[in-house]
Write a protein that binds this ligand. Structure first.
Ligand SMILES: *Cc1c(COP(=O)(O)O)cnc(C)c1O
Length: 362
């Protein structure tokens, strides 16, 4: 019954604003169910609006895109060390990431068994400490790669660890490390292909680092950790309905932990939406896990208690008491709301809206 609503017009405006901000190729990053917007729906809007390069972190997502009419290039950001995955990558014309010798070997063996040449982007770890070769390994790695006849570099990339920070020194350092690594690849006689390092925050803050391509995820949703210089709008709101009406006298408690007491007689509406649907949650910068999210719900609760508003029939209504797992209580005194009336909850992050909630593109 609850729905996550995505306004296509706003999404398209964001896509156009992003396109205008760069001359480089745009790689749309669609991890985590496309940041909650729904992998296939989101990818098809992007494709219809001229985006033809996608990146995912899970091979299953890459295959889903292929099976559902996404014809552009797809880069798998996670290297694989498994032969079966490597075979799937090659058969479905997905671009692999190679960030270790073993992932290069696995890909080469799979390609050789299929009598194909597999395309890959070389990942360099310039400071995040995750996937990728260390810069000092590059000369040896290049010699090694030259011995593998069934794989071919079509790109080289790295990922910033702190591009949303005001301390830009770390960003410049990683950028220079990357550029030097690319230069070393050239010196070894290999073509690095398309080079890319910017995610959304670096894309906005450091236009001089756009290189051949930029990898954009959160900017499409207008959810930024840096200054919004492109006027990107936030995408996605929750839609629910009033399922019960009731009147409460003055001085009556509402909700767990007795944090709210009515100051006058109030008319309340009960709305079946809560944490379970991603309402009232905030994403921490470094976390996508529900268990982590729970640990700071309490901090946010204090913030929410006073400020959180919903819209009913175009009017503001206040949430009374705490947000629960699956419902909230709203003050509809003087609003003239009825059972079945729509309730709009604008202040949500699509990434945190559970997959049980239907995505509706309007
Ligand atoms: C998530 C991710 C991106 C996109 O990050 P945003 O900040 O959401 O734009 C780019 N590159 C890699 C490797 C990623 O994992």
């Amino acid at each position: 019954m609850n729905k996550l609503v995505i306004d296509k017009d706003i999404l398209i405006k964001n896509i156009e604003a992003i396109k205008k901000h760069t001359r480089s190729k745009i790689i749309a990053v669609l991890k985590a169910n496309a940041y909650g917007l729904g992998l296939l729906e989101f990818a098809s809007v992007l494709q219809q609006n001229g985006i033809d390069f996608f990146a995912v972190t899970d091979i299953k997502d890459a295959l889903k895109l292929r099976e559902n009419g996404i014809t552009g290039q797809i880069l798998l950001l996670t290297p694989t060390n498994q032969a079966e995955e490597a075979l799937l990558i090659i058969k479905n014309k997905i671009i692999a990431t190679v960030g270790s010798r073993s992932s290069a070997l696995v890909l080469n063996n799979a390609a050789s068994s299929l009598k194909e040449t597999a395309s890959f982007h070389l990942k360099i770890d310039t400071g995040l400490g995750r996937f990728g070769f260390l810069p000092r390994e590059i000369p040896d790695v290049c010699s090694f790669l030259k011995t593998l006849n069934n794989i071919q570099i079509t790109g080289t990339y790295s990922h910033f660890s702190f591009s949303f920070s005001k301390k830009t020194k770390a960003v410049y350092k990683q950028y220079v490390t990357f550029i030097n690594a690319v230069e070393k690849i050239r010196q070894k006689g290999l073509d690095p292909g398309m080079c890319h390092i910017c995610n959304s925050s670096a894309f906005l803050l450091f236009p001089q680092m756009h290189l051949d391509a930029v990898r954009i995820g959160s900017a499409f949703l207008g959810r930024l950790l840096v200054k919004n210089i492109c006027n990107l709008e936030k995408i996605g709101y929750l839609k629910s309905r009033i399922i019960e009406l009731k009147e409460l006298p003055k001085n009556h408690n509402i909700g767990y932990a007795n944090t709210y007491r009515t100051k006058r007689p109030v008319k309340i509406g009960i709305v079946p939406v809560g944490y379970m649907d991603g309402f009232g949650l905030r994403k921490r910068r470094d976390s996508f896990r529900f268990s982590d999210i729970l640990s700071y719900i309490w901090r946010d609760l204090r913030l929410l208690k006073k400020k959180e508003l919903v819209f009913i029939n175009g009017k503001h209504a206040r949430i009374l008491g705490r947000i629960n797992i699956n419902n909230i209580v709203v003050d509809i005194t003087g609003i003239g709301a009825n059972i079945g009336d729509e309730v709009i909850l604008a202040n949500i992050n699509p990434l945190l809206v559970g997959s049980h909630v239907e995505r509706e593109y309007i």
